[in-house]
Design a binder for this molecule. Structure first.
Ligand SMILES: Nc1ncnc2c1ncn2[C@@H]1O[C@H](COP(=O)(O)OP(=O)(O)OP(=O)(O)O)[C@@H](O)[C@H]1O
Length: 499
């Protein structure tokens, strides 16, 4: 017998483990962890699988009809070298289910794998051997996967009770695909793209900011994470309500409160590439459209300091008659860069017509028909001065979430101290907590002081001093203002001259 029985077990806990910890190149690590943490499930699954197998083999009154899906290495109509995407995904998925302790025979290999930071390292990979079995439980339904390596083609077989056919095809297969997609995303090195004139240029993005390291109000942080999670799951929802699968965030607050860090944390969390749009490089709406059209799915568009990007003049220009523009090139661009042989006349024309880049042009494009041509795109605008923003940007429904990034509160402070020193308590904490309630300091200021010393005591003393000085200055200032006000309300009697 030259085939594999792969009996996979998926329940809520394993799904979670896969979502957070799985790595395509770390099958063995994951498998060992799962074996350690989830042994009772595995045993349960093994028992279930055995029973199902016996039922199917022996027949009898209790045996249920089983259906099988054959996942071939090459799709029936695929070209000679074309490997079926589902076959690849299923093999990767199956590998994550291996419990080395439960297998008598296992394939083992050493391979060079790319780490998330872009470096390479050796990893051990385990794989199923012919004759092995694993069971997966998806929403309570058992599925068996079997692999049949043949002489001309290989295939995997997925079998399940006939009553679960719709679940297997419509939900389980997409689940396997998206699980593997997420695993690849965790491994994929993120990039940040910047625009130069009409094209994007990308570099590797290793911004260390994550939601764990971000210092902010914990409830707000939870809300943002929940919002992102909801957004990612809502493909069918957006389709049903007839809206583009995109989401807009407006981040506002004083300089140094973590707006850029939050953008990086969002991109890292979703594993999306960043497109950092510098509008001073964009001279008209056509160029803007070209750039946006080159922005792929699953990406984040960021425009920083949006309040500085559009002058009143340019806002109004959008309302006046459109300036005739030279015919745009092919807008159906998938590439990141397409302006290498841009005609100098076009560039000159656009430079002369800078006023034609408008906020309404940007917003119309983001909300318009183009927005429905892509999926899973985030738009993030940041500003230090929300009150200066155009009403068109603030109107309800324009940006889905307005997020205030404020001065360093107590929880944010503790996060920063933990980030830098792995310290979650200190004798100076009560005094600092009291000071933070009275005076304003940005997380950037606090971070800078924490970075100055490798000694937590010294760093915290520095912060205590900064905050105490600031409180003293504020109280001196308040005293002066108060006495000025008293003088004004109680002016010295002016001598009057009586004739
Ligand atoms: N909320 C925060 N959590 C963690 N670190 C922070 C936070 N805010 C600021 N920092 C630290 O300060 C540096 C500057 O912060 P960041 O650029 O994110 O602030 P910003 O609000 O975007 O500032 P600006 O408005 O000037 O662009 C960061 O690199 C980080 O080290």
């Amino acid at each position: 017998m030259d085939h594999q029985h792969l009996a996979l077990v998926v329940d809520g806990r394993i799904k979670k483990a896969l979502a957070t910890a799985a790595s395509v190149a770390a099958y063995s690590v994951l498998a060992q962890r799962m074996a350690r943490e989830l042994l009772p499930d595995e045993l349960r699954a093994a028992a279930r699988s055995g029973a199902a197998f016996l039922r199917a083999r022996l027949g009898g009154a209790a045996a249920k009809e089983r259906h099988t899906l054959v996942i071939r290495r090459r799709a029936a109509d695929g070209g000679f070298d074309e490997t079926d995407a589902l076959y690849d995904a299923a093999r990767v998925y199956v590998a994550t289910k291996i419990d080395p302790r439960a297998m008598r025979r296992l394939g083992i290999a050493r391979a060079l794998s790319k780490e998330p930071d872009g470096s390479f390292g050796w990893r051990t990979r385990l794989s199923m051997e012919p004759g092995d079995t694993t069971t997966d439980v998806f929403d309570g339904a058992d599925t068996d996967k079997r692999s049949k390596p043949g002489s001309c083609h290989k295939s995997l077989e997925l079998s399940f009770d006939a009553e679960h056919t719709a679940t297997a095809i419509e939900r389980y297969i997409p689940y396997v695909m998206s699980t593997v997609d997420n695993m690849y995303r965790q491994e994929h090195v993120l990039r940040i793209y910047m625009n130069e004139y009409r094209s994007w240029h990308g570099v590797k993005h290793h911004h260390p900011s994550t939601f764990d390291t971000l210092a902010m109000d914990p409830a707000l942080k939870r809300d943002i994470i929940a919002d992102l999670d909801r957004f990612m799951k809502r493909k069918d929802y957006y389709r049903r309500i007839g809206k583009a699968w995109k989401r807009g965030y407006l981040l506002y607050g004083p300089p140094g409160t973590g707006k850029s860090s939050l953008v990086a944390a969002m991109a890292n969390y979703l594993r999306f590439n960043l497109y950092d749009l510098d509008l001073s490089e964009v001279h008209c709406n056509t160029s803007l459209q070209k750039l946006l059209m080159a922005m792929p799915n699953k990406s984040v568009l960021v425009i920083e300091d949006i309040d500085c990007c559009f002058t009143t003049k340019s806002r109004e220009a959008g309302k006046t008659a459109a300036v005739p523009e030279p015919a745009a090139g092919d807008g159906d661009s998938d590439s990141d860069s397409d302006d290498s042989d841009e005609e100098p006349e076009r560039r000159a024309w656009e430079m002369q017509n800078q006023q034609s880049l408008t906020l309404s042009g940007l917003l119309n494009f983001i909300d318009g028909l183009w927005s429905t041509s892509g999926e899973q795109r985030l738009f993030v605008f940041t500003t230090n001065y929300k009150e200066r923003l155009d009403a068109a940007l603030l109107r309800p429904g324009r940006m889905d979430m307005h997020i205030y990034m404020g001065y360093c509160g107590w929880d944010a402070f503790k996060t920063l101290v933990y980030n830098y020193f792995l310290v979650d308590d200190h004798p100076l904490f009560p005094e600092i907590k009291e000071l933070l309630a009275d005076v304003e300091a940005t997380p950037a200021e606090v971070s800078e002081l924490l970075l100055r010393s490798e000694d937590a005591d010294l760093a915290l003393q520095g912060i205590t001093k900064l905050l105490a000085d600031r409180r003293r200055e504020a109280s001196n200032k308040a005293e002066i203002i108060k006495s000025d006000a008293e003088i004004k309300s109680d002016p010295l009697p002016v001598p009057s001259l009586e004739m």
